[in-house]
Design a protein around this ligand. Structure first.
Ligand code: NDP
Ligand code: GDR
Length: 370
């Protein structure tokens, strides 16, 4: 049985990857942070009672900023594969906490690589590093490939650039099987609520169900290459099964503006939106609502722009070329953008139905305006 160690196991990708590897017969160890409340929502269905025999899913406390903890865990676990997914992953927030982001996302990657080296596991343990299309930043070339130059545009992207190169360096210096997956945006019904897609699908469901009036967004012109996280975690595993350690772009090859994503999400609840104005003055109104379950009056303003969501430096356009992964590893994504939007909207409609019941019972419901 192969043994995997996943940092960032409580995140979107960590949860899907754990599920995927367990189905493949792996023993999975995950790193989770101590928190004052339970923080394992996304992996609760995989949790095993620590008192039963023959477990194959284990959680360990730790942090990417704590070298001794990482060294000890890797020594105990002796993993065949490490998937380094842990990161402060929010681009906008990285402008608020740049030093911490550099420590966790940049130096954190070094800590993992160096732990493997210090423990003499260079020839045993393969390492996947969660690199990102944010490395491309200011557009140098479209579509972006493994050979496109980097121009990071946020403290997050700069930290990830260090992580990218230290992974390449340890591969070249110590012969380690260490690879970067340069993944473009990937989303799902369990995407963090403050990333734009999930913020939109949550709000579309809440607005349709009468739980919220309006959704405030930032730059509606930004274009992203959005795929489904389930397709992308499969590729993380494929990267570590390749013959040679290399770096790989994973993307759909199609790009869509945030504004279009908004329209697609609202269309799932029968709401056709029209946008008027531009920049900070742009607004989205209901043109018509065809779904009798969610009647919203024509003309209602449901989208507004709040400049507080604009970033000091923005990444305007991302579109990836995953030809190498498709040709050499045979990766074929199963979801297109429409499938993704439908999956996310169904998830959020179901989730928000719970809030409707709470509200009917006069219980407080949560507002999500971030
Ligand atoms: P999430 O934000 O959903 O998950 C991040 C995970 O990292 C969480 O488990 C979080 O723990 C953990 N984490 C954060 N800081 C630390 C720390 N200091 N020590 C230990 N754990 C920490 O991200 P995703 O699942 O979406 O992404 C996974 C990785 O892939 C990230 O590195 C991200 O930067 C990268 N990436 C993501 C893309 C995407 O579109 N999703 C695209 C390209 C790259 P907690 O739950 O406690 O917060
Ligand atoms: P991104 O994802 O920055 O690409 O990073 P995010 O969903 O946060 O933003 C995408 C684009 O949407 C614009 N936008 C808004 N974004 C947020 N979060 N909230 C808003 O209200 C809003 N309005 C408009 C943004 O300006 C941006 O252009 C994600 C993360 O998962 C990273 O960890 C990962 O590396 C990259 O994807 C690839």
């Amino acid at each position: 049985m192969k043994v995997a160690f996943i940092t960032g196991v409580t995140g979107q990708d960590g949860a899907y990857l754990s599920e995927f590897l367990l189905k493949k017969g792996y023993i999975v160890h995950g790193l989770k942070r101590r928190s004052s409340q339970f923080n394992t929502d996304r992996i609760d269905h995989l949790y095993q009672d620590p008192h039963i025999e023959h477990r194959n899913f284990f959680l360990h406390y730790g942090d990417m900023t704590d070298s001794t903890n990482l060294i000890r865990l890797i020594q105990e676990i002796q993993p065949d594969e490490i998937y380094n997914l842990a990161a402060m992953s929010h681009v906008h927030v990285s402008f608020e906490i740049p030093e911490y982001t550099g420590n966790a996302d940049g130096l954190g990657t070094l800590r993992i690589l160096d732990a493997v080296r210090l423990l003499g596991l260079e020839k045993k343990t393969k390492i996947y590093q969660a690199s990102t299309s944010e490395l491309y930043g200011k557009v140098q070339e479209v579509p972006q490939t493994e050979n496109t130059p980097f121009y990071p545009r946020s403290p997050y992207a700069v930290a990830k650039m260090y992580a990218y190169w230290i992974t390449v360096n340890y591969r070249e210096a110590y012969g380690m099987f260490a690879c970067n997956g340069i993944l473009f945006n990937h989303e799902s019904p369990i995407r963090g609520e403050t990333f734009v897609t999930r913020k939109i699908t949550r709000a579309a469901a809440r607005i349709a169900l009468g739980l919220q009036d309006k959704l405030y967004l930032g730059n509606l012109d930004a274009q992203r290459d959005w795929g489904h996280a389930k397709d992308y975690v499969r590729m993380m595993w494929m990267i570590l099964q390749a013959e040679q350690p290399e770096d790989w772009v994973i993307a759909t090859g199609k790009t869509t503006a945030v504004r279009e994503f908004v329209k697609m999400a609202f269309a799932e609840v029968g709401i056709e939106l029209v946008f008027k104005g531009s920049g900070a003055d742009e607004k989205g109104h209901v043109a018509q609502c065809s779904d009798p379950r969610f009647q919203l009056a024509e003309g209602t303003e449901v989208i507004a722009v709040d400049p507080k969501y604009f970033r000091p430096t923005e990444v305007d356009l991302l579109i990836g070329d995953a030809s190498k992964a498709k040709n050499k590893l045979g990766w074929v994504p199963e979801y297109n953008l429409q499938d993704l939007v439908t999956d996310m909207m169904q998830g959020d409609l179901k989730l928000m139905q719970k809030e409707v019941y709470l509200k009917q019972g006069a219980f407080e419901t949560k507002n999500y305006f971030e």
